[in-house]
Design a protein around this ligand. Sequence first.
Ligand code: XMP
Length: 504
Amino acid sequence: MILILDLGSKCSRFLGRSIRKSKVYCEIVPYSYSIEKIKGKNPEGIIISGGKPNEMISIEKFDKQIFDLGVPILAIGYGADIMVEIYGGSSVKPKEFSYNFENVDVVTESLLFDGLGENVSLWLNKQYAFKTIPNGFNPIAKYEDKVIAIENKENKRYGVMFHPEIKNSIEGKNIIDNFLFKICNCDKKWTMEQFIEYSIEEIRMQVGDKKALCALSGGVDSSVAAVLVHKAIGDNLVCVFVDHGLLRKNEREQVEKVFKDHFKMNLIVVDAKERFLNKLKGVTDPEQKRKIIGEEFIRVFEEEQKKLTNIHFLVQGTIYPDVIESGIDGKVAVKSHHNVGGLPEDIDFELIEPLRQLFKDEVREVGRLLGISEDIVNRQPFPGPGLGVRVLGEITEEKLEIVREADYIFRDEIKKAGLQDKIWQYFAALPDVKSVGVTDGKRTYNYTIALRAVNSIDGMTAEWAKIPLEVLEKISNRIVNEVEHVNRVVYDITNKPPATIEWE
Ligand code: XMP
């Protein structure tokens, strides 16, 4: 395995995913990870990432013992600064953070550049270079007359001032692969087929003949986790799906069809629509709505759990980004959402989190290999509080029905236009607004539907999607013709920030 010591670079996750795509297992850990833990992982190689502009970590905080480990090390950008200083050298720090693809000359034969020729296009900051090269190291690549890559061949230490890990760098990917396969001698062992096999064994050993419970939301992560655990322990897994009445059209039926009919799983569907709507009656404040929905979910789940006996384990669909989201030095890097799938904290279960090691695309691949349909595997994110945060103001059955139908039409037309894999998230919301319109020469006073569609990587920032106007027109026409009580459709063209993706 390869260990990435993260100094805060925004590319570390992408690097992690790209190494796994090369079929080598890797983990991203904060730079402060203890030397004992690093030894415990027994890595075949270590990559020290670049840093975060304006938030450089002081060299004193870095554990120098890493360089005493007998494993190959590739240090990138700020990671290379630290390495070279520890070895007694120095570098020229850039004053501006301006990067481009530039032509780099390979000046010495090195396994790192093996097979790439003498001139390589790489992503770099022209101002950034090594100044004093430490003893034992040699320059291997230059940009103009500046040294931007060095190696200590004997100890397999590599420092690079360019960024091989960025998304569009083809030669960069070849350099990473050279590090993995020619320097660290990694094998291509990390495949999802193997992951499934090992996980099933592991879950069986962990659970024995005891029982496990899973709160199934119908989202990708909990669905894949549930099917995987079901493969391992069969009917000893009980899944609970809470229908809080805030689901999209046909969602409950789809979950029943997939998990009960197709996978023959032990599925309890709790119809809690009335309970939720009663609790939400008259409530208009978004935060209060979220709180009520979250708490009510816990109550329903607790009641179901009490009806079952002998449950020792709780299955959760935690995935690798959730694990690394705890961030450098344990600081939470991403805002935490109130998730309806979030369960009572005082439940006395042992956790089974079979997807803890996987990135989202790996979770999807596992899902496909397990036979879960594309509809579920490719599902877009859906907030825990469901349509509760898409009906603005007070939630009523009538408003839920309107937003559900409009959302269904929106999704249907996006699918028909072949855009479903090109937009990260898209949905309809119902602002608490009525406006004047005209139908068959008569005045109407009805609701407005807001369409929201965004592209994003992780939901933290987002760009509104440039859906072709003729598709928007079709959607709008269908909504005003087919959904009762709607006479106007608007398209939200705000990025996040300053807007959020959801309207509440
Ligand atoms: P916002 O609206 O904060 O949403 O820009 C970012 C992403 O998170 C989803 N979202 C939630 N997911 N529980 C969830 O599990 C929630 O309470 C919640 N609120 C928003 C939202 O759909 C988008 O993908």
